[in-house]
Design a protein around this ligand. Structure first.
Ligand code: IDP
Ligand code: MG
Length: 159
């Protein structure tokens, strides 16, 4: 049984030139890219994406950060993909994110430091937290024509 999950490489990932390294980690884990595009987010889509955080102190800076430059959207397919991608991404607060994770290896900021500065944690990547969230987020950001699902990776036969 496979599922599709959704990620966003946030503007800080592009500004820091880390997109290739991040995408490599996802590919290296055996996940299949089924959609990918670079866009400039508009405020209303970003607000809808992060609607669960409406009312929190960091909500406005979070939406502003997502709209502050180009982002890369990806849909990834495989077994247990939501869980695997969250594991590779690491904890929300970079200070606490484990070494070996994307956030643990490439970011270091804490909630306290973020509060003194931008008001939001810069942590490079968004990853859906459940199958249901992934479905909602993909329908928000992608059109049907964005998907190319009909191919196999050469290692797919071993899973
Ligand atoms: P997640 O990205 O690990 O799923 P969420 O709790 O869904 O984390 O929060 C969404 C994003 O909002 C985080 O990735 C981070 O950029 C930012 N954020 C979350 N909590 C805080 C906070 O307490 N202070 C500042 N920014 C936060
Ligand atoms: Mg989240």
């Amino acid at each position: 049984m496979t599922e599709t999950t959704f990620i966003i490489l946030k503007p800080d990932a592009l500004r820091r030139g880390l997109t290739g390294q991040i995408i490599s980690r996802l590919e290296n884990a055996g996940l299949r890219i089924v959609a990918m595009k670079q866009i400039q987010a508009d405020t209303s889509t970003a607000e809808e994406h992060y609607r669960e955080h409406q009312g929190r102190k960091f909500y406005k800076p979070l939406v502003e950060l997502l709209c502050s430059g180009p982002i890369i959207l990806m849909a990834l397919d495989g077994a247990h993909t939501v869980e695997i991608v969250r594991k590779l991404v690491g904890a929300t607060e970079p200070l606490k994110a484990a070494p070996g994770t994307i956030r643990g290896d490439f970011t270091h900021i804490s909630y306290d430091r973020a509060a003194e500065r931008l008001g939001v944690i810069s942590n490079l990547i968004h990853a859906s937290d459940s199958h249901k969230s992934a479905e909602r987020e993909m329908s928000l950001w992608f059109d049907k024509k964005d998907y190319c699902k009909d191919y196999l990776r050469c290692d797919d036969m071993y899973f």
